[in-house]
Write a protein that binds this ligand. Structure first.
Ligand code: ATP
Ligand code: MG
Length: 401
């Protein structure tokens, strides 16, 4: 009886010709997520599933925990591998149920190895009968207290008691790269996470106004990126100095347009980084109508300077819905700390809620935009984050780009 974890693939089972590519990426992601607790030779592929030999039973919880963050997994089942023998399978199920409190049971068998002579319905019946007899319980196929899952595959049998729901989505890496404009707020980390869930690798870009704002808000963004890296295993965070850009905008343009002008600069600089890194799109945490710069009109005017798509996965969401996801993914507690980012620095008292394109363009004509972009780009730095952490890795690769 060997402890194993069986994970089933999610949507990729539908991906037709691309399936081998999706499966390879998913297998690689599972291996990366379990690095340093499970050797990669203990993780094997199978049709629509992977099987992980658990090196020591006490590691089970941490393995399951890590797997709940691997996009592309439908469910995670912790159980045992035994020989293909109906008696052994029945006694294994009995052992797994030993310490459970239950009155009814269901047995659910899948037999993909047709060399095993007993059909899955009959396995259900025979194991079910054995367990009902042993535990003096009833069979209940619709609402059982416990379900025993049996899989008969590739010369082995797997028996497990519960299926833990996986995170769904597509394996990170299959959809290409996006640039996530990230602040220490609640929204943008959730937006970036949603793109990871659809298989994109997110490259993070944060604009800061140091030395006018504190190092603290940058530190918060680092913590957020660290939390999100548990879903994509390696992240790059660009830190772009923005104070000069803001000072120029404040000095030369009408104050109600400031935030729109900041955002247009963020988009231009973000796009530059996207092109350098071969990313396909930008992603922001904007939600329609949430603040002045996020009215439909202002979103449209910010969008005007973009040549790549700007993805806004939160555009139709309420704040509460976003907060609920932030709690689930571990960024809520970081974002709830107060921070003084570049948007609080030099924020206008009365921001325009429905700007006119002519006014925005007239305001920008007072700025030397290519020079401002160059200044920011020449002074930006990046840091690399990994999960599991490699000692000193986060800041080791810091360099001027
Ligand atoms: P968040 O909670 O993500 O800060 P928000 O609702 O507070 O979003 P804004 O502050 O108006 O909205 O920002 C809109 C979007 O612009 C953010 O979701 C983020 O994608 C991007 N953004 C804002 N500030 C920064 C920043 N300092 N660096 C990078 N991107 C930013
Ligand atoms: Mg914000």
């Amino acid at each position: 009886m060997k402890p194993v974890i069986v994970v089933h693939h999610h949507e990729i089972t539908l991906k037709g010709e691309n399936r081998p590519f999706f499966e390879r990426q998913l297998l690689q992601n599972v291996k990366r997520s379990l690095a340093r607790i499970v050797p990669s030779s203990a993780i094997r592929g199978g049709y629509g599933k992977f099987i992980i030999d658990v090196p020591a039973p006490e590691l089970t919880n941490s393995i399951v925990d890590r797997l709940t963050k691997v996009f592309g997994l439908a469910n995670i089942c912790s159980g045992v591998r035994v020989e293909q023998d109906i008696g052994v399978i029945s006694r294994t199920a009995e052992k797994l149920l030993e310490n459970q409190e239950f009155h009814s049971i269901k047995v659910h068998t899948r037999r993909s190895d047709k060399r095993f002579p007993i059909g899955s319905m009959e396995v259900n019946a025979r194991v079910g009968e054995y367990l009902c007899e042993r535990f003096k319980v009833r069979a209940n196929l619709t609402q059982p207290d416990e379900t025993i899952y049996i899989e008969i595959v590739d010369g082995d049998a797997y028996v497990y008691l519960s299926k833990i729901q996986g995170p769904g989505g597509l394996p990170v890496g299959v959809s290409g790269k996006v640039v996530g404009l990230i602040s220490a707020g609640f929204d943008s980390p959730v937006a970036s996470w949603q793109l990871m869930k659809r298989g994109a690798s997110v490259l993070f870009v944060h604009f800061h106004s140091m030395p006018y704002t504190s190092e603290h808000s940058v530190e918060q963004v680092r913590c957020i990126v660290e939390a999100l890296t548990t879903y994509q295993f390696r992240s790059k965070l660009y830190l772009v100095p923005f104070a000069e850009v803001q000072n120029e905008i404040v000095l030369h343009t009408p104050s109600p347009l400031r935030v729109i002008l900041y955002r247009r600069m963020m988009v231009r600089i973000g796009e530059h980084i996207a092109r350098e890194n071969n990313a396909e799109a930008l992603v922001t945490g904007e939600a329609v109508g949430q603040v002045a710069s996020q009215t439909l009109r202002n979103i449209r005017i910010i969008n005007d300077v973009a040549t790549l798509p700007i993805l806004r996965p939160l555009s139709g969401m309420d704040k509460e819905e976003t907060m609920a996801i932030a709690k689930k993914i571990g960024t809520y507690d970081i974002s709830k700390e107060p921070y003084d980012d570049c948007c609080s620095y030099l924020a206008p008292r009365k921001p325009s809620t429905w700007a006119k394109r002519e006014d925005v363009e007239a305001a920008e004509s007072a700025l030397h935009i290519p020079k401002l972009i160059e200044l920011a780009i020449n002074n930006m730095t990046y840091e690399v984050f990994t999960f599991p952490k490699i000692k000193h890795a986060e800041h080791a690769e810091t360099s001027i780009v």
